[in-house]
Unconditional design. Structure first.
Length: 385
């Protein structure tokens, strides 16, 4: 990847449009990457315009769809709640968001613009059950799950969860909102016989039974408490996965976020935490990638194979140019599994590309711009030959 307008070759270069929240840092990072490439400024179409049916595109524009998060009015329109910290409403959010993505793709295609991504991939990526099933069918190593794939039996509440954990012999499992993100609605559940249960989660339940996202991971230690939270989450759809014991770095549980751009693993960050959730906004911290590579080699594993697993996961979404793969290291850094694939998993400020990835010196946004330029150059070379 070479980040310059000349990398597109002679002739027209892409004219980028980003669908996002104009004041959001994601949009700012992408705009900066476009400027650094020597391209015309990216045009911003706001999510509010999209949701009000006001989005318009021009011929030959290249449309990037970015996260609709971190905007209270957009959240209200998508989830139907006035408080953006509320957990409920993710099923409504999913239905409205996927419909909006399809609308963007339809309007853009009719205008002769190109959309980076596809509504079909998006609808799978934002349903953990469907995403897990697709990965599993493709032979990508994933945690065992009784809710994987489109044919899985719906989970109606805590009694269903408890029965599935028993049937699948899962004393430790993650219970997740099917359409959640950023650990919203995730419970790390541990059971040890009748009535003995503990759940770690960022979900806070108020006196009226309403659920809120918190920046503090808390523990519920009674079945009544855990059951009440799960029952409140269940109407939005639940996904269950075996809780794989993670490897550790300096005494903290560790996993990795690997960004795959254009089919190649380009960026990697280690996330460590004292809790089961390693998300950086929940108190997780960045770990040492060199230590990870050394630990993998010492355990007899293969770092390149770990990256290849992420590339295989990304290949399950062939019309999505970039994803963030959550890679779970197990068995003392020797083996890995894919926990999730994130359509908007590229927000890793200040992180540059892996050696040999072709994205050395580039952040995740610059790497994506470079990949589009390289593709445009290659397409013109083929057309001219």
């Amino acid at each position: 990847m070479s980040l310059s307008a000349s990398s597109a070759g002679d002739g027209q270069v892409p004219r980028f449009v980003v669908v996002g929240n104009p004041d959001n840092r994601r949009v700012a990072f992408f705009e900066a990457a476009v400027r650094s490439a020597g391209l015309p400024p990216a045009r911003v179409v706001s999510w509010l315009q999209v949701l009000r049916g006001e989005a318009a595109f021009g011929p030959d524009e290249c449309v990037r769809i970015d996260s609709p998060g971190e905007d209270a009015e957009v959240e209200r329109l998508l989830r139907g709640v006035d408080d953006p910290t509320r957990v409920e409403g993710s099923a409504r959010w999913y239905a409205r968001f996927t419909a909006a993505v399809a609308a963007v793709a339809g309007v853009a295609s009719a205008a002769g613009a190109e959309v980076l991504g596809s509504p079909g991939d998006t609808s799978v990526l934002f349903d953990k059950r469907l995403c897990h099933g697709r990965l599993d069918r493709a032979g990508v190593s994933v945690p065992a799950s009784p809710t994987s794939g489109p044919g899985a039996t719906p989970v109606r509440g805590w009694s269903d969860v408890r029965e599935l954990l028993r049937e699948w012999r899962m004393p430790r499992a993650f219970v997740k909102l099917a359409h959640g993100s950023s650990a919203s609605g995730v419970l790390a559940v541990e059971t040890a016989g009748p009535g003995r249960i503990r759940a770690s989660t960022s979900v806070e339940r108020d006196a009226h039974g309403r659920l809120y996202n918190s920046l503090r991971v808390r523990r519920y230690t009674s079945e009544r408490e855990v059951g009440a939270v799960v029952d409140a989450l269940a109407p939005d759809g639940l996904h269950i996965e075996r809780w794989l014991p993670k490897s550790s770095q300096r005494g903290r549980a560790a996993d990795l976020r690997i960004v795959v751009v254009g089919g190649r693993a380009t960026h990697a960050v280690v996330r460590t935490s004292t809790s089961p959730m390693t998300n950086l906004h929940l108190g997780g911290t960045r770990g040492d990638l060199d230590e990870v590579r050394a630990a993998v080699a010492a355990a007899g594993g293969c770092w390149r194979e770990a990256l290849a697993m992420c590339e295989r996961a990304a290949a399950c979404f062939p019309r999505t140019p970039s994803v963030g793969v959550d890679l779970l290291p197990t068995a003392g850094w020797r083996r890995f599994a894919v926990g999730e694939v994130n359509a908007f998993g590229d927000l890793l400020p200040g992180l540059t590309g892996l050696p040999g990835s072709g994205a050395e010196g580039l952040d995740t946004y610059a790497a994506q711009v470079a990949a589009v330029l390289d593709r445009a150059r290659n397409h013109r070379a083929v057309t001219a030959s």
